[in-house]
Design a binder for this molecule. Structure first.
Ligand SMILES: C[S@@+](CC[C@H](N)C(=O)[O-])C[C@H]1O[C@@H](n2cnc3c(N)ncnc32)[C@H](O)[C@@H]1O
Length: 241
């Protein structure tokens, strides 16, 4: 369902936008380390670990007894890279706790949206002292909704509702007082002359106020390859709660 291609795409775009992306990655890493300071140091869980581009794995592995990296696909380069950290383990799992499978098995079913029992799809995170939601909240619905669009027509309103429910469920999975959430919350689109031509919300729920937070702009695509003749920048928020 495109998860592999999407992950490969991240690396290709990173090569094109290295400087802008490095800035985003170092903001993410610094915030994670600040958030880690106030947490117990037995077990840390990372949701959406991917290529570990935005994760200070060296420092976290020194601080925590155990680190679990969770993603639907772990690139083999990452599997090799983490071998040097005996306390870092990988777990292959769907953070929507089975929604991907449900969408796949029910493709083409016109009633699919009415059949989702959201309570079943709460991702369990037992015994964690620190949970990092790593640039994944605004991504969780994207492939699922693209998949729906490909196989049937649903109204924008219905799709936005699903987006909201998936985000609500993700937030509910993050334990209060033990979490660090980093996500893009808004997309800004600029033309070649750097005039703002559009703004799209990426988060459809209220995010926690948190103990402390930070926001920054991530210049995601300045080479105008994501959208023809337009630059796409994300506004990102990091929240300790
Ligand atoms: C935008 S990336 C986050 C950046 C990532 N930390 C990195 O350095 O590559 C989102 C990651 O979430 C993963 N992902 C997306 N949906 C997922 C799901 N339902 N369950 C588990 N992982 C998922 C993707 O495979 C990808 O690695």
């Amino acid at each position: 369902m495109q998860y592999f291609q999407d992950q490969e795409g991240i690396v290709r775009r990173y090569m094109r936008e290295k400087e802008n992306w490095d800035n985003h990655f170092s903001n993410s890493k610094n915030f994670i380390l600040k958030s880690a300071q106030t947490k117990s140091k037995n077990k840390a869980v990372v949701l959406g670990s991917g290529w570990l581009l935005d994760l200070p794995i060296d420092k976290l592995s020194e601080q925590f007894n155990e680190i679990i990296l969770i993603d639907i696909i772990h690139p083999k380069q990452v599997v090799n890279r983490i071998k040097k950290y005996p306390n870092v383990k990988i777990q292959k799992a769907d953070i929507t706790n089975g929604l991907i499978d449900f969408f796949y098995k029910n493709k083409g079913d016109k009633e699919i949206l009415n059949k989702i029992d959201f309570d079943k799809y709460l991702f369990p995170i037992p015994d964690a002292d620190f949970v990092i939601s790593l640039n994944i909240m605004c991504q969780l619905h994207i492939i699922l909704i693209d998949f729906l669009r490909k196989h049937q027509e649903d109204t924008i309103k219905d799709l936005q509702k699903i987006e909201q429910q998936i985000q609500e469920l993700h937030l509910k999975a993050l334990p209060q007082g033990k979490s660090c959430l980093i996500t893009d919350f808004e997309e800004e689109v600029f033309n070649e002359d750097n005039d703002l031509v559009g703004v799209n919300p990426l988060i459809r729920i209220n995010l926690p106020l948190g103990n402390f937070k930070s926001t920054w702009q991530w210049k995601f695509d300045s080479s105008m390859t994501y959208r023809d003749d337009l630059k796409t920048y994300f506004n990102t928020v990091a929240i300790d709660f």
